[in-house]
Design a binder for this molecule. Structure first.
Ligand code: HEM
Length: 369
């Protein structure tokens, strides 16, 4: 009730509360789906059909869970984008690090969930990603241990299901820690300036604003789940697994396409993996890189702003590349996209510092705002 908040928070500060609601929807719909799902190589696809056709409102639960996963990642990307644009990582590094952990955990859960329908893409997606373990020393043993044998089988599916069930609760606990860390210092704001003297209580100002966000978000989720339930679905997921026939294009859900494009950008297993981790974990370096800049928000730094929007456009471009067959010009496009991604992301704080220098050079001291 009394939590003091800056009075100028815009809609991009609504994403965190929306993420919480989406997480709750995913956990509840997931628990109900689990009551009818069977984690067995021979029965998984059958049980998916049962959920969609026979179980009471099973279609609604499954569509909501599928659309909810897309919504969750869309919100995470906007939430992270907000943090980069407004430089939240500079003021709140610990909140940022807990956020990076949340993103990694969410990627794990999203990936494991896609395996459960046990369709063609589940099998080959799991094959491609788990085989990455073999680049590490002892990776082959670890892979065998994870698979529960020499190849992917029912044992693997059971492990995947257990982890997919368990990890969202870890995400929930971590999200609470994330918000507790935030409450130590309080939110940043769109101008990135000190607003200690201009605060308003969380209630009723931001409780009402968050409620408006929930209405729009739930309307979007319902539209996606009940009007376009198959928009993100891959038809290959309804084909029975054929271990002897690799599909022409193996690709993950849209929210992992940028990372997948980077993984395939170099024709070297370990190199691609290293680049992909650099691209995902690069955001963890921002608080350190940001130490050299005093300008927090891009509202104050057109140079950083330009890099930010190139970064966002390139992220979408990488998404298109990730969904294509890696041949011809797409390979070169992937390499260019990977370079632009890493360059823009890591040089945004430096661009802010450069802009400050250009503005204030000659004055010999900082202009206090
Ligand atoms: C399960 C995922 C997540 C949940 C439930 C969550 C939840 C929240 C909530 C409720 C807030 C306060 C409201 C707001 O500012 O939007 C917040 C703020 C914040 N989050 Fe997250 N978050 C998640 C993921 C992330 C990720 C992936 C990052 C970054 C890598 C991140 C970084 C931040 C930062 C820096 C703030 C403070 C922003 C500011 O005040 O300027 N969060 N988060």
């Amino acid at each position: 009730m009394k939590y003091p908040c800056p009075s100028n928070l815009n809609i991009w500060w609504n994403m965190g509360s929306m993420l919480f609601v989406t997480l709750a929807i995913q956990i509840l719909s997931g628990i109900m789906l689990s009551m009818n799902y069977t984690a067995d190589g021979n029965l998984a696809t059958e049980s998916m059909s049962y959920i969609l056709r026979d179980a009471n409102y099973g279609w609604a639960l499954r569509s909501t869970h599928m659309a909810g996963a897309s919504l969750f990642f869309a919100l995470i990307y906007i939430h992270v984008g907000r943090g980069v644009y407004y430089g939240s990582y500079m003021k709140l590094p610990h909140v940022w690090y807990s956020g990076v952990t949340l993103y990694l955990l969410s990627m794990g859960v999203g990936f494991l969930g896609y395996v459960l329908p046990w369709g063609v893409m589940s099998y080959w997606g799991l094959t491609v990603i788990t085989n990455m373990m073999t680049v590490f020393p002892g990776g082959a043993r670890a892979l065998e241990w994870f698979q529960g044998g020499f190849t992917i089988s029912t044992f693997t599916l059971k492990r995947v299901f257990v982890l997919h069930f368990l990890l969202p609760f870890v995400i929930l606990g971590m999200s609470v820690a994330h918000v507790l860390l935030l409450h130590n210092n309080g939110s940043s704001n769109p101008l990135g300036l000190d607003t200690t003297e201009l605060v308003v209580p969380f209630h009723p100002y931001y409780t009402s604003k968050d409620l408006v966000g929930f209405v729009f978000m739930l309307a979007g989720l319902a539209a996606l789940a009940f009007t376009f339930p198959k928009i993100t679905a891959d038809p290959l997921q309804w084909q029975t697994i054929n271990k002897m026939k690799t599909p022409a294009v193996i690709k993950p859900e849209w929210y992992f396409l940028y990372a997948y494009a980077i993984l395939r950008s170099v024709p070297h297993k370990a190199g691609g993996l290293a680049l992909m981790f650099a691209a995902i974990l690069g955001i963890a370096l921002l608080p350190t890189l940001g130490k050299y800049a005093k300008t927090q928000s891009m509202v104050m730094s057109p140079l950083g702003e330009a890099l930010f929007f190139i970064w966002v456009a390139n992220f979408m471009f990488l998404g298109i590349i990730g969904s294509q067959e890696p041949a011809g010009a797409w390979i070169l496009a992937g390499q260019v996209g990977t370079f632009v991604h890493l360059f823009c992301m890591l040089s945004i704080p430096a661009a802010n510092a450069k802009w400050e220098k250009m503005l204030f050079n000659g004055y010999g001291r900082w202009i206090q705002i």
